[in-house]
Design a protein around this ligand. Structure first.
Ligand code: HEM
Length: 379
């Protein structure tokens, strides 16, 4: 705004007007925008829409899995400040749990979030499957998701041993006996994982490297690929909605509407996590003692219980190592079929293959849940 000169009755005066510039928020935005192209990103986000229908709730589970992963990274780095792999592992976790201020809470949040993340990823996978979100053009979204699931399970398996308490020691020992009983490569794989014939501090060192270096280094680029594909193809419309004429289908803008709902889900998830972690603090058993006999009813984490029980069932049906071989073969076949599902059920029509695809997903859910419960009942 410029100052103005006013002349009246031969007297000249200058009216001084205040210098008004754009508000600070706007100037900051303009500064960042000219460097990062924020307008284009916001324009893209506002143009992107998300289908709105009676199954929309399932669109939030990928985001919830992502939230747990962020919590894992944050709490994991905090744990690393005091955790020491090697002979002091147990003592360092004992200190974190009982001596360091709020150490118990960080450890409890990390362990709870690990379990809740696995559960969220399963819900996300099964719901994406039932909504047929694996069909053309989302095959790679499905396959990259499967890689993320495998890595999530490996994060869980490798992290479980790190406290080096009795429970984690014997559960890992049981878990590593599975590859050991397979012919030819089995014992080699088991020895490679253990770093010797027995679960020892070498195993702990290897699991630590897997947990904090290998898994994150593989997980992050695959996650970026997965999310990029979701952005590229948008959210799939489930078959039940495909019969609705396009003009009548409802959508909401991704930004800000869907994002705000997603963030609200994160807030609810954070509350659930805070309640679990503070009301049911994660326990620490006695220090691992390899010379002691394994505690009765030792079993792997709940998300490996199904595989554990399937191997047990086949072990009862076939003598010796044959049971484990048959069990592992059946399990691997199931996994191959699960991976190939997008290639089989690839038509967007509700034909025979679509129906079989849906039955297959329900069958997997029933077998997984059933054998998990059976495993606990048989302990
Ligand atoms: C840690 C693991 C994972 C994370 C963080 C993650 C994250 C996400 C996010 C944020 C979305 C978009 C929102 C949504 O539709 O839910 C998404 C979509 C998707 N994810 Fe995942 N995901 C993971 C694992 C998986 C797994 C295990 C599968 C299946 C094998 C999978 C398959 C898909 C598919 C097919 C979509 C597209 C859904 C649609 O178009 O509606 N994801 N994922």
């Amino acid at each position: 705004m410029q100052n103005e000169t006013i002349t009246s009755g031969g007297v000249t005066a200058v009216e001084i007007k205040p210098v008004v510039s754009a508000p600070l928020k706007q100037r900051l935005y303009d500064w960042a925008n000219s460097r990062l192209g924020l307008d284009e990103i916001l324009h893209f986000a506002a143009k992107k829409t998300v289908p709105e229908h009676k199954h929309s709730l399932w669109y939030y589970w990928g985001g919830i899995s992502l939230f747990f992963f962020i919590v894992q990274c944050f709490t994991g780095v905090l744990l690393l400040i005091y955790y020491r792999p090697g002979p002091d592992a147990y003592e360092s976790v004992r200190k974190i749990t009982y001596e360091i201020h709020f150490g118990w809470l960080i450890r409890s949040a990390h362990s709870w979030a690990a379990n809740l993340m696995v559960a969220a990823v399963f819900v996300h996978m099964f719901s994406a499957g039932l909504m047929k979100a694996y069909r053309n053009p989302r095959e790679f979204t499905w396959w990259s998701g499967l890689a993320l699931l495998m890595l999530t399970l490996l994060f869980g398996f490798s992290g479980y041993l790190l406290p080096w308490d009795n429970l984690s020691y014997f559960a890992t020992k049981v878990g590593l006996e599975i590859p050991n009983s397979l012919p030819l490569v089995g014992p080699k794989v088991a020895e490679l994982a253990k770093g010797g014939p027995e679960v020892s501090e070498f195993t702990l060192q290897r699991f630590f490297a897997l947990h904090v270096v290998v898994c994150p280094a593989l997980f992050l680029p695959i996650l970026v690929f997965h999310l990029w594909l979701v952005t590229k193809h948008g959210n799939a419309t489930p078959p039940s909605e495909e019969s609705v004429p396009v003009a009548k289908r409802k959508t909401i803008p991704f930004f800000p509407n869907f994002l705000m709902k997603d963030l609200a889900m994160w807030l609810i998830t954070l509350n659930v996590l805070a309640l679990c972690a503070s009301l049911f603090p994660w326990q620490l058993d006695q220090a691992a003692d390899p010379l002691k006999p394994a505690p009765l009813g030792i079993h792997p984490e709940w998300y490996y219980m199904s595989q554990f029980q399937v191997l047990k069932i086949f072990g009862n049906w076939f003598p010796g190592a044959a049971g484990e071989v048959v069990g592992m073969t059946v399990f691997t076949l199931g996994l191959v079929l699960w991976t190939l599902l997008p290639l089989y059920d690839n038509s967007s029509k509700n034909g025979k293959r679509a129906r079989r695809g849906t039955y297959f997903i329900f069958l997997v859910i029933i077998i997984y849940t059933g054998t998990t419960l059976w495993g606990y009942a048989a302990l």
